[in-house]
Design a protein. Structure first.
Length: 520
């Protein structure tokens, strides 16, 4: 908006706020691209798997829906397989999430200062930084949920439910991206029922949104049915074997750590204000939804605080709006400057922990210095550096070590050899680097890799990578440890990986392959 003054044209504060919001959003995108290019860290373990999936497009996969994989396939076709290329979309999504946080803040009545506080809080929130720094379906969840939240806010403000039709469509897109986004939808619906906004739920727009959401997820549901619902088995195993049981206090502490304790007061103020503030109580549905998400985390004893990370967008917006309004009171004017300073200072402190910025050895000392430690999964506890960074190390070196073993074999044996792993990370890395190092075909028993097929019964030599030979020693005439791949700063499972040559199979891989399945 422009207004005339004696000196000419002046930009209205709301527009300067948008300019600043755009600058912050672009800085987030630029930061992720630069750290991907120059950090010295490699692909994240899951990225190898997603790349492998994108070469085998389907309506579903054992552990995720297909939409993020379709986007990755298009992205790879346009930009290639380099680290910075496949992280282009997560960086865009991360920047867009910051933008939407600011836009929602304006919708809640926040001025330029409030928009700045909310955008900076979303920028420096560790969970969002981690999600934006590598390719996965998780990178898109905060953006999708911010758009749904924005539509719900517009519904409440304009007293018209037509926006809920598009919220339903976005929910369907979210379900095709990540099944567990349904938890957000259920808790928000419950929140709407508990708040005055419940009157917007019973109409043709909501019905059309539900139908649209169902039609979008239907192809994946059909795929699940035709494949005996493998994802349900995956989720059950992950709940039992992957997550570390956490006490209620531990769950809450993890939320504080992974949202940055210095930034946490912003969302806490927002949460409380949605319950008690006269200006905010019309949006109380989001407070109830956030409480529901936290209760679900506590009841499931989940050690993954990122699972409800998207809920903080609306809380940041509400909290920033309240803080900015408080800052207009003469005695409290210092509070906005102090808040912005604390967010930036606390955010910079957590940047090396959230993103690939410091070399592993330096990062390990840095974490000890600030006293940061968090465990997310069984088998990866008490790591010297965070799992989301440690799992980006050593993969190309692993492929080189496996290649050295493979090329040391007699030529005739190389012609009849395959690589087999029990982990999609090792399998995906060997497949991605396979052409560079001249490796044979790769097979794995883990998740969707298992469903993609098995070696021929004519294969006489297996190179086993990340395999417990105690499980298969009786199935071969000879198994020898040929090399050991070592990675000092990798997570514990990847720190020492023996590479075996197994010769003379005594079994039919065709008959026994189903029993090798690992959905976890």
């Amino acid at each position: 908006m422009l207004s005339e003054t004696s000196t000419g044209l002046r930009i209205h504060y709301k527009d300067t706020g948008l300019v600043l919001l755009g600058f912050i959003s672009f800085a987030v995108f630029f930061y992720h691209i630069l750290t991907g290019m120059f950090s010295g860290y490699g692909y994240f373990i899951d990225e190898f798997y997603y790349i492998a999936c994108s070469k085998r497009l389907a309506f579903g996969y054992v552990d995720h829906p297909p939409l993020s994989i379709v986007l990755l396939a298009i992205n790879r076709w346009l930009l290639g397989d380099s680290i910075q290329s496949i992280r282009f979309l997560p960086a865009i999504s991360s920047a867009a999430t910051v933008w939407m946080t600011g836009i929602i803040t304006r919708r809640l009545g926040g001025n330029r200062t409030a928009v700045t506080i909310a955008a900076l809080a979303a920028t420096f929130m560790p969970v969002y930084l981690v999600m934006g720094s590598f390719y996965s379906m998780n990178a898109f969840e905060p953006l999708i949920w911010s758009l749904i939240s924005w539509l719900v806010v517009r519904t409440i403000q304009e007293e018209h439910p037509r926006y809920l039709l598009w919220a339903g469509i976005l929910m369907g897109i979210g379900l095709e991206m990540k099944h567990t986004i349904i938890v957000y939808g259920v808790t928000l619906a419950a929140g709407l029922l508990l708040a005055p906004a419940r009157r917007h739920l019973w109409n043709r727009y909501v019905l059309a949104g539900v139908i649209g959401s169902f039609l979008l997820i239907l192809p994946n549901l059909i795929w699940q049915y035709l494949h005996d619902f493998p994802t349900l088995e995956f989720y059950r195993n992950a709940l039992l074997n992957k997550n570390i049981p956490r006490s209620p206090a531990g769950v809450i502490l993890d939320q504080m750590l992974l949202t940055n304790p210095i930034i946490a007061p912003v969302w806490l103020i927002g949460w409380v204000s949605l319950f008690i503030s006269h200006d905010m109580n019309k949006y109380r549905c989001f407070a109830w939804a956030s409480l529901g998400l936290l209760v679900i985390m506590i009841l499931s004893h989940s050690s993954r605080p990122d699972r409800i990370g998207a809920m903080y967008i609306i809380l940041f917006a509400a909290g920033a709006t309240v803080i900015a309004k408080t800052g207009r009171i003469p005695f409290w004017r210092w509070i906005t400057a102090a808040t912005i300073t604390a967010i930036i200072g606390g955010g910079i402190m957590m940047l090396p922990i959230s993103t690939p910025l410091l070399p592993p050895a330096v990062l390990s000392h840095y974490m000890k210095a600030i006293g940061f430690s968090i465990d997310l999964e069984e088998g990866k506890k008490d790591e010297p550096i965070p799992q989301w960074l440690a799992d980006r190390l050593g993969w190309r070196e692993l492929a080189a070590d496996v290649a050295a073993v493979y090329h040391s074999m007699p030529q005739e044996e190389q012609m009849n050899a395959v690589l087999v792993s029990t982990n999609y990370g090792e399998a995906g890395a060997l497949e991605l680097f396979g052409s560079e190092f001249g490796l044979p075909p790769v097979y794995a028993t883990h998740n969707s890799f298992h469903s993609w097929g098995h070696p021929s019964d004519s294969v006489r030599t297996y190179i086993l990578v990340f395999v417990n030979t105690n499980d298969v020693e009786e199935k071969f005439e000879q198994i020898e440890e040929s090399a050991v791949h070592e990675c000092e700063h990798c997570t514990r499972p990847q720190r020492r990986i023996p590479i075996y040559i197994a010769r003379g199979p005594r079994f039919s891989i065709t008959k026994e392959w189903p029993s090798f399945k690992t959905y976890n």
